[in-house]
Design a protein around this ligand. Structure first.
Ligand code: ISC
Length: 351
């Protein structure tokens, strides 16, 4: 059953036709959406249904039109990614550049340009493994994340396992999360959060609640709790209520949150676009189902983190971290390296 499902996905990929295959966090149903031609649809009014894939800096996400849906149950035994492989985490030049970028960000914060900014980088590693094999390993290793493989011949192929939900909406029922702060997972040890991480996550919670307050009736915000995502811990608060605005307005109010951009949004975004020195493309964008369900108003979007883009036999892994006035550049560099392990572990497993 599952092998037939995979054959269909493989067939679509060989025909160079758009598709997405995904599994939501803590679920066992794997869904595939196939589009029958290679047209590039844009999602402008947020009224149609489909699977959308939005870039960090683009208002019009791509929409994979639902010409065919396939679903299958897949519940493999959990595989824990404890094996450590030799990592490629960027050369000396990358390290210098990233440390300098973080230092510049801290200086801007101290001068009052913004309070927080998320800076990132792209790591290049050779990878000859079939994309579907990488995806299958994600399904086994990261059960509480949103795992996907997305392909459009005019855009490329992306794979990821993200721990962050942008929004879940079912009619008026709405929830989102504030996810930030990172510590390395160590077996049998509970995370001990420092002032920097607590503050960094609090800024995200504040931003989300401030931006939604007027349009989220009965808003509740939970206390931050530690959540595990593969080899990492994060801090998470859940925010929910009854939404009174449409999907387009809600996405505009949230994206990009300070978990991937900064605070205030415009100044931190300008810093990112000017100083990062590369194009994030779909990393820190968002993706997921829109207007699914019986009455067509259920949507489930995720933030595109812990992801990679495959180009021929190269993988580009994207990683970043939140910078505040309390950041230490060397520590921030290390944090991007441990975040990269989520995907490097998968790639290196096949070497
Ligand atoms: C920007 C990333 O993570 C975000 C989500 C969780 C924790 C983060 C942090 O601790 O900096 C980031 O805000 C990334 O993984 O590339």
């Amino acid at each position: 059953m599952f092998s037939q499902f995979l054959e269909k996905v493989d067939g679509q990929y060989s025909l160079k036709l758009p598709f997405v295959v995904y599994r939501k966090p803590n679920q066992t149903k794997v869904k595939a959406i196939f589009q029958e031609n290679d047209q590039l649809h844009r999602f402008t009014e947020f009224t149609k249904n489909g699977f959308i894939f939005g870039a960090f800096d683009d208002e019009h996400p791509i929409r994979i039109k639902i010409d065919r849906i396939e679903e299958v149950e897949y519940n493999p035994k959990m595989e824990v990614a404890i094996d450590k492989y030799p990592f490629a985490t960027g050369d000396k030049h990358q390290k210098e550049f990233h440390i300098d970028l973080v230092t510049r960000a801290i200086n801007e914060i101290k001068q009052g340009s913004f309070e927080k900014v998320v800076v990132s980088r792209k790591i290049e590693v050779p990878c000859d493994t079939a994309p579907l094999s990488l995806f299958l390993l994600l399904l086994k290793r990261y059960k509480n994340t949103f795992c996907y493989i997305w392909y459009h011949p005019k855009v490329g192929l992306w794979i990821g396992a993200t721990p962050e939900t942008l929004l879940t909406a079912n009619g008026k029922k709405f929830s989102t999360m504030s996810l930030a702060g990172t510590l390395e997972y160590k077996a049998n040890l509970e995370p001990v959060w420092g002032e920097k991480e607590l503050n960094e996550q609090e800024l995200v919670t504040q931003y989300i609640s401030d931006n939604l307050r007027d349009n989220l009736k009965g808003m509740t915000v939970s206390k931050p709790e530690s959540v595990r995502a593969g080899n990492l811990w994060h801090l998470r608060s859940n925010i929910s209520g009854e939404i009174t605005i449409g999907l387009k307005e809600t996405v505009e109010a949230l994206h990009p949150t300070p978990a991937v951009c900064g605070l205030p949004k415009s100044n931190s975004k300008a810093f990112i676009l000017t100083h990062e020195n590369y194009d994030r493309e779909y990393y820190t964008g968002f993706l997921g189902e829109v207007n699914f369900g019986e009455d067509s108003n259920e949507s489930h979007l995720f933030v595109n983190l812990r992801c990679l883009k495959l180009v021929k036999s190269m993988a580009f892994i994207y990683v970043g971290g939140g910078i505040t006035k309390a950041s230490i550049p060397e520590k921030e560099w290390k944090e991007t390296n441990i975040k990269a392990e989520t995907m490097l572990n998968i790639i290196n497993f096949f070497k």
